[in-house]
Design a binder for this molecule. Sequence first.
Ligand code: SF4
Length: 174
Amino acid sequence: MAGFFAILFLLAIITALALFLSARKQRAQTGLPYGARIVYADTGAWQKVERPLFARRYGLTGKPDYIVEERGATIPVEVKPNRVAPAPRESDILQLAAYALLIEENFGAAPEYGLLKYRDAVFQVELTNELRARLLGIIAAMCRDLSARDVARSHDDARRCRACGYRGACGQAL
Ligand code: SF4
């Protein structure tokens, strides 16, 4: 009988170990820091899709893949599972910077950094004041362009127009 319980105990230990390793592997795939708590998720892994975050003051909205809390800080995490690159792309850095603005507006404090998870690497992107200023400049330029009267199409790609969400309002669609 003692042998039977010893086997049961061993099986329980092995099952617990397998679950622990599986959870650790899943977390490593997302790029989330250890000890971080998930407070917002927009990925298939967690199923639950929250509403987008808004920053009315900047006319900005967006849904980070994750927002996690680590040592009292709220950090945006963007996951690009198919992207392979030796360094973060500029567009992805600006996307994280935009999420930082959204976090600042919705959670009360700007994050100092964000995480970019590519297929084979996780990059920590410092969300500096310089990056914030650059993003605000781009947002201001986009707002000016949106209200401009003499906007011209910059390409001859009909497929791009067919897939464009602004096609209905655009006077230059191909
Ligand atoms: S539909 Fe208009 S806004 Fe969209 S890609 Fe084409 S030209 Fe650009």
